[in-house]
Design a protein around this ligand. Structure first.
Ligand code: 13P
Length: 301
């Protein structure tokens, strides 16, 4: 551990705080995490922890979810501008309009959404539990899945459910092309291709495995293959390499880098713990409705 990493760990201990870190965060931050995980595990950890302070090394919607699930804790997001372009692709007014057009549908919000959008939704999901959550919804009901259209189409194709897909996408996963994957497969013919469901449908059609970040990590651990092509943000490679030192991981494209997830640095975390800023809060009325959708997801997970 570097002296700065040690200093941060000491500050966390002094403040009875924990550091929740997503797999896409910088490696030096992953190294000192209390919990390193996918968006579901991080939400579950925020809800169940008895820490007084939660420092989030992820993006804004994750810290917002923590604030709603644990209103009595101080939630710090060391860079308040660490956003999610996908989450910004749905706003509450458009969801309200869609609810008028589809009054009988169930609205299922991907956690990568704003608190305002969650507040307009019936239930949340993440990429690791979307298939499970949809099974808890009445089979005859039409489902509107937002804001990620690719995840919605993936869930529809696996389950056969009638799903209206919102026109949103993660620009990083969306940018991965069939040509790039084919090129990798040609270069590494023995390597299975593991992809995140935020990738386009035609890319997922080439995948040997589709799953969330934690599911991809599990797949990599369990497969006999020792070369694996990875179709998600490059931050996951740190944990993949750590867990499987003998295996080779090939990023499906050099452009799989989320600049928002990389914004938070050790300096930002240190400063944030010094100043106890920026604190993430959610207005009470929105928080209450959005928490209902999150709670339904956590209960069904
Ligand atoms: P996970 O649910 O796999 O952590 O994915 C979160 C995310 O933001 C993907 O872009």
């Amino acid at each position: 551990m570097t002296s700065q990493q040690r200093k941060i760990r000491k500050m966390l201990a002094d403040k009875e705080g924990i550091l929740l870190v997503h797999f896409y965060a910088r490696p030096e931050i992953q190294e000192i995490a209390d919990v390193l995980g996918d968006s579901l595990l991080l939400a579950q950890s925020a809800a169940s922890s008895d820490a007084k302070v939660i420092v989030f090394a992820g993006v804004h919607f994750m810290a917002q979810s923590a604030a709603m699930l644990s209103p009595q804790k101080t939630i710090l997001l060391p860079r308040v501008d660490a956003g999610c372009p996908l989450a910004d692709m749905a706003d509450a007014a458009s969801v309200k309009k869609m609810k008028m057009e589809e009054p009988d549908a169930v609205f299922m919000a991907y956690v990568n959404s704003t608190a305002e959008v969650k507040a307009e939704s019936d239930i949340c999901c993440t990429s690791s539990n979307a298939l499970k959550i949809i099974k808890t919804l009445p089979p005859a009901k039409k489902v509107v899945m937002l804001p990620d259209g690719n995840l919605a189409r993936h869930v529809a194709s696996v389950t056969g459910r009638q799903i209206i897909a919102w026109k949103g996408c993660c620009p990083i996963h969306q940018a991965l092309t069939v040509e790039e994957v084919r090129e990798c497969k040609q270069k590494y013919p023995q390597a299975p291709f593991a992809a995140h469901p935020e990738c386009r449908q035609e890319v997922l059609a080439l995948a040997d495995f589709v799953g969330s970040t934690s599911a991809i990590i599990r797949f990599a651990r369990e497969t006999n293959a020792n070369q694996i092509i990875i179709g998600t943000e490059e931050g996951i490679l740190t944990e993949l390499q750590k867990q499987n030192p003998g295996k080779i991981f090939i990023p499906a494209s050099p452009s799989l880098v989320c600049i928002d997830m990389k914004k938070i640095t050790l300096d930002d975390i240190e400063r944030s713990l010094e100043t106890m800023q920026p604190v993430i809060t959610v207005p009470r009325d929105i928080g209450k409705a959005a928490k209902n959708a999150l709670d339904r997801m956590l209960t069904a997970s």
